[in-house]
Design a protein around this ligand. Structure first.
Ligand SMILES: Cc1cc2nc3c(=O)[nH]c(=O)nc-3n(C[C@H](O)[C@H](O)[C@H](O)COP(=O)(O)O)c2cc1C
Length: 179
C-alpha cells in the first residue's frame, strides 16, 4: 500500500473479527515500530503482545466500561501494550537534556504510529487507547518498575467500516512563519 493511502485510510476501529493474525505479519508490524526514530537513538519503546483471554481480560479491566473501545479489548485476537523504559528518552547521564524533560511519551507514540500504519497496510486495524489505568495495565503485564505503560491497542481484522472523522481546515492547522 502506498504511504499516503495508508496515512489517509487508517481509522480507529472498535469492532473486530476473531480471525488469528499470522506470526510473520506480527513480526512485520514490530519491525515497523522498531524503525521509528528515537531520542538520541535510545530506543526506549517496548511492546507486549497479549493473545490469551486471561491477559486480554486483565487489560480490558483497566478501561472504564464507557470507553468505546472496551469490547474490542477481548474481541480482537491480540492487544498490543506500548511501553517505554524510563530515564532514557530526553536524558543524558541521568539528567534531563532539555527544558521539557521526559521524551518517553513522544518516542513511544512515534513507534506506535508506525505500528498502526503498518497494521492498516496489512489489512488489520487498531485503535489507540489512552483512557485507561496505566498503573493497573503495568501490573497486568508484569512490567518492571522502570517501564511505563503508555497506550494500548487491540489488533485484528476489522469488522466495521468506521466513519471518517473530518480534519479541521488547513489554515487552522498550519501557518507560514509564525502565529
Ligand atoms: C492519544 C490517544 C488516545 C486515544 N484514546 C482512545 C480511547 O481511550 N478510546 C477510544 O475509543 N479511542 C481513543 N482514541 C482514538 C481517537 O478517538 C481517534 O483517533 C480520533 O477520533 C480520530 O479518528 P481516526 O483515528 O479514525 O482518524 C485515542 C487516540 C489517541 C491519539
Amino acid at each position: 500500500m502506498e504511504l499516503y493511502e495508508a496515512i489517509r485510510g487508517r481509522r480507529s476501529v472498535r469492532r473486530y473479527k476473531a480471525d488469528p493474525i499470522p506470526g510473520e505479519v506480527l513480526d512485520r508490524l514490530l519491525d515497523a515500530a522498531q524503525w521509528a526514530p528515537s531520542w538520541a537513538h535510545t530506543q526506549c519503546t517496548e511492546v507486549v503482545l497479549a493473545r490469551t483471554d486471561t491477559v486480554k481480560r486483565a487489560l480490558q479491566a483497566t478501561l472504564p466500561e464507557r470507553n468505546p473501545a472496551y469490547k474490542a479489548m477481548v474481541q480482537a485476537p491480540v492487544v498490543a501494550v506500548f511501553c517505554g523504559r524510563k530515564g532514557r528518552a530526553g536524558f543524558k547521564k541521568g539528567e534531563p537534556a532539555t527544558p521539557r524533560g521526559d521524551w518517553l511519551l513522544f518516542d513511544v507514540a512515534l513507534a506506535m504510529e508506525n505500528f498502526m500504519l503498518a497494521a492498516h497496510a496489512e489489512g488489520l486495524a487498531t485503535v489507540c487507547i489512552g483512557l485507561f489505568d496505566a498503573a493497573r495495565a503495568a501490573r497486568a503485564v508484569n512490567a518492571p518498575d522502570d517501564v511505563d505503560v503508555v497506550a494500548l491497542t487491540p489488533l485484528g481484522y476489522p469488522d466495521q467500516e468506521p466513519n471518517v472523522p473530518p480534519r479541521k481546515e488547513r489554515a487552522a492547522f498550519a501557518r507560514w512563519e509564525s502565529y
